[in-house]
Ligand binder design. Structure first.
Ligand SMILES: Nc1nc2c(ncn2[C@@H]2O[C@H](COP(=O)(O)OP(=O)(O)O)[C@@H](O)[C@H]2O)c(=O)[nH]1
Ligand SMILES: Nc1ncnc2c1ncn2[C@@H]1O[C@H](COP(=O)(O)OP(=O)(O)O)[C@@H](O)[C@H]1O
Length: 204
């Protein structure tokens, strides 16, 4: 039987660096993961390409896809929908390839319910002061929105123990190395468990 791929979910509070770390992982030549491109109703930013950064959808189209059960998870985030297409992820895992999702925490929770065998990694800030300066430094938020995101972040940080691993995003390249090492170790662990099980069956 062909081995299914591993579903890798990277999540964490807004501004912690999820997008930055994900882009760094996918800029590496030897990355063996398939990135699942999300759908969103937010408008494309300058330089973003439909089908590369996101599949950009109207609110009506997105709601139709929700009705048709075409998402593994979706969430409303700062006034827009974001969702992970189910079929692409299922097919790619069936082909034995690892799929990488970079999503916010409400979505990660829904994925955990549907794919409990996934690998869930929480990206954490070195501390709250640094998180705030990253959100402010990005220059995309108003003062109110920074306050909102910091309040949300406190609640989200309290949920990190629901994840398999926590990686502190202190330096980008170190965070990337840790994520790659975790995936490698997890593959080895799963292979070992399977081998032990097969050996046990053969002994009987
Ligand atoms: N639940 C969920 N969140 C997503 C998905 N795709 C992206 N996100 C998250 O949505 C948030 C907003 O993304 P974006 O609008 O690109 O802005 P960013 O804050 O610059 O990353 C980020 O936390 C992403 O991780 C998805 O398919 N599902
Ligand atoms: N390890 C890091 N050290 C310093 N700044 C970082 C680090 N990782 C990300 N950043 C910066 O923090 C800001 C938020 O990162 P971003 O990837 O947009 O976060 P998220 O996708 O989690 O909302 C960006 O300005 C980014 O350049």
């Amino acid at each position: 039987m062909k081995r299914k791929g591993l579903l890798i979910v990277l999540s964490g509070p807004s501004g912690v660096g999820k997008g930055t770390v994900r882009k760094e992982i996918f800029s590496q030549k030897n990355t063996a993961f398939e990135y699942s491109i999300s759908m969103t109703t937010r408008s494309p930013r300058e330089g973003e390409v439909d089908g590369v950064d996101y599949f950009f959808k109207s609110k009506e189209d997105f709601e139709e896809l929700i009705k048709q059960d075409q998402f593994i998870e979706y969430a409303e985030y700062v006034g827009n929908y974001y969702g992970t297409p189910l079929q692409y992820v299922k097919d790619t895992l069936e082909e034995g390839k690892d799929v990488f999702l970079e999503i916010e925490v409400q979505g990660a929770r829904q994925v955990r319910d549907k794919f409990p065998e996934g690998l869930f990694i929480f990206l954490a800030p070195p501390n709250l002061t640094e998180l705030q300066s990253r959100i402010v430094g990005r220059g995309t938020e108003t003062d109110d929105s920074v306050r909102n995101r910091m309040n949300e972040a406190r609640k989200e940080l309290a949920m990190m123990n629901l994840y398999d691993y926590v990686v502190v995003n202190d330096q980008i390249d170190l965070a990337v190395d840790k994520i790659n090492a975790i995936v490698k170790a997890e593959h080895c662990r799963r292979t070992r468990v399977e081998k032990q099980y097969i050996a046990m069956l053969e002994e009987k």
